[in-house]
Design a binder for this molecule. Sequence first.
Ligand code: DOR
Ligand code: ZN
Length: 390
Amino acid sequence: MLIKNARLSDGSLVDLLLEEGKITGILQNASAEGHQVLDAKGRTVLPGLIDLHCHWRVPGQEHKEDVITGSAAAAAGGYTFVTLMPNTSPVCSSAEQANQVMEQVERHGVCSALQTVSITQNFDGKTLDHLKPLPEHLRFITEDGKGVQNNQVMARAFAICAQRNLVLMSHAEDMEISKWDYRLAENLETVRNLHLSEYYGTRLHLCHVSTKEAVEAIGAAKRKGVPVTCEVTPHHLWFADLDYRVNPPIRTQQDVDALVQAIREGVVDAIATDHAPHTQEEKAAGAAGMIGLETAFGVCYTKLCKQQGLELYYLEALMSRFPAAILGLQDKGAIRVGADADLILVDLDTPYQVEPDKMHSKSRNTPFAGETLYGRVDYTIKAGKLVFER
Ligand code: DOR
Ligand code: ZN
């Protein structure tokens, strides 16, 4: 495939040659002869987005999202790689289950996935035996949906991770305290986990950081050299004081401003969706979370670039290059000769409204309905093949 007239995030206009799943040429005025041509018509080309935090409900809760609808939602949102959380039914606590999900996603062929594994077996809060035999390619463990409560269990988990070169992804929530104070619940577990990371030298990734205090604590730890990275979500950057059930909750304007400031200071390493599909009935019954794959880029481009003046190349880094680096994906997250041909073409100029009815996810739980955004993903290319066209 030859993509003609695509604008790189530095503003230059190029043609991109894609062969056998790789980018093989970044050219000027390339001849179209012998190629399948896609005219970008001046749209901006970015590396496929990489999500560090996504729920697809496979196996066991496919009525919310399955591999086909999850892949379609990812492609429509510009994501070519997703990191899947293990709070499925059953919980993902084994290499067998993780491999099965990843093979299913790969076979479908629309995007790639890393399935994460639980910290404690079946989220029982204590058993860590399943961590020792995990193979090389399954290096990311998390209890997402809850925090590991017991300090001694968590300390042992950090020690095992340090020994075995695993990365611990933390949903920081003290489950006793979050019943009455979700801010304190996040702040306390964040600080505990930062201490454990420093003490054991374990690589720690903090998920969906939402409070001023938590992001300040992460900044301080980073300045001390603690091996920690963190992500924020589009919804915690966009909304303040909104009554829409999600964990962590939507915070205050002061928190939003602190997250934006932390982005500017380089404390935030990535933006991740926390795409959490639920049916209408489940939402009505109190399920926490919102879908996010199909709104993430527009929300972040509008909030951070249009409103806050962040450079596009830096948003590209937060949504693709840095997540690729965190996951150790060497051929992804960049537009260069030899990299994987995972690309998106976006229209940055035409405003549009968020219309849940037109989304590809199986669920529709989003508070972004009706918001006006800039930054619409029009084409998604995965391994050199067109997988989404708006
Ligand atoms: O709001 C949330 N929904 N927060 C989580 O941590 C889990 C997620 C889910 O799985 O629905
Ligand atoms: Zn979480």
